[in-house]
Design a protein around this ligand. Structure first.
Ligand code: SF4
Ligand code: SF4
Length: 338
């Protein structure tokens, strides 16, 4: 996740989503015909049909700050063959952990034996970074997701509490929270859970929250899918995301200065500025850490809140000052990778 940026994104993942919701402060897109159900006592609007089920699980998850949530079945990843082809092409570059854990990405059971369901979660960058004071915010050339505390830290803090609450409800189940580092094809499962669709820039895009979102997952041995739903619901795709796509747009491919989006849905990481300033010592111009160009041009990000860039040029600072200013942010991993 680039946070949610990963380096391959074949289209076509389509497990049945179970539910999807959004906060009602996110502007509704009128072109989507959805069944909205306001949950009493919260500011949340669900977008799907199974309101009763949504309310029970959502009421547990919402207080932990995840703005998007969906559940899907733990099955073999349908895009695993695409992932293998990607690794075979060598476009992952020096991210050997992708190749090394390749087979583990075939099925989420490699992360949690006996897993039956995945609770897919997302939170916009702005919700994590917006009010958090951090010296890295003063710097220029830092990708938005890195302008503040490391999102892994933010999410892991909440996992502990969230899982203990889920454990009280599903007493016999086991849970495991993962963010980014576990071998999970998380964009596929997030799309399957109704959180968004995979765009030509290889990122998961939510029609309301855009692509500047952090993804996380809670795997569980509990059956949270069809067993808790009416038969009619099983056959109901998430209306919001099923209707959304890139359409004819090619802005991200046209705008990428490195030609890293070699074709729609395929990112050659070796060319990508974000990869190069994290995993190599190559010159990436004014980009100190990460790159947001293919997200900034995306029309789905037009209306989302942004975390402003600073005005201090990091290339003018000495190493110790930089170390202090980036400490605790993903930007401290410059040239060191993950
Ligand atoms: S625009 Fe930047 S982040 Fe996007 S693919 Fe190109 S180099 Fe990578
Ligand atoms: S810029 Fe256009 S083509 Fe690229 S991800 Fe966004 S909508 Fe899709």
């Amino acid at each position: 996740m680039a946070a949610a940026k990963t380096f391959y994104a074949p289209p076509g993942a389509a497990h049945r989503p179970v539910f999807f919701y959004r906060l009602n402060h996110i502007r509704a897109a009128s072109r989507f015909k959805t069944a909205n159900v306001r949950q009493k006592g919260t500011n949340t609007t669900f977008v799907n049909h199974n309101a009763k089920y949504q309310q029970s699980l959502h009421s547990l998850i919402y207080p932990f700050g995840f703005e998007l949530c969906g559940v899907t079945a733990a099955v073999e990843a349908r895009t695993f063959a695409s992932f293998e082809r990607y690794i075979g092409s060598g476009m992952h570059g020096v991210m050997t952990h992708l190749a090394g854990q390749g087979e583990a990405r075939r099925h989420p059971r490699s992360i949690l034996p006996g897993v039956r369901s995945l609770i897919m979660l997302a939170v916009p960058y702005a919700a994590v970074l917006g009010s958090e004071p951090h010296p890295v915010k003063q710097l220029t050339g830092i990708a938005e997701y890195a302008r503040g505390i490391d999102y892994h830290t933010w999410i892991r803090r909440r996992f502990k509490m969230l899982i203990s609450v889920l454990q009280e409800k599903y007493t016999d189940a086991r849970f495991r929270g993962v963010v980014d580092t576990a071998p999970l094809l998380e964009k596929e499962f997030a799309a399957a859970a109704g959180l968004g669709f995979i765009g030509k820039n290889t990122l998961l895009i939510n029609p309301h929250c855009g692509s500047k979102i952090f993804l996380a997952a809670v795997l569980t041995t509990a059956v949270l899918t069809a067993a808790e739903r009416d038969e009619a619901e099983v056959n109901t795709p998430a209306p919001l995301c099923a209707a959304a796509s890139c359409g004819n747009c090619t802005r991200c491919l046209d705008a990428c200065p490195a030609g890293a989006l070699v074709e729609p849905y395929v990112l050659d990481a070796r060319r990508c500025i974000s990869y190069r300033n994290q995993f190599t010592a190559e010159d990436t111009g004014n980009s100190f850490f990460g790159c947001d160009i293919c997200q900034n041009v995306c029309p789905h990000n037009r209306h989302i809140p942004h975390t402003a860039e600073g005005n201090v040029d990091p290339f003018m600072l000495d190493a110790e000052t930089l170390r202090v200013m980036t400490k605790g942010s993903p930007a401290e991993r410059r040239h060191r990778g993950v």
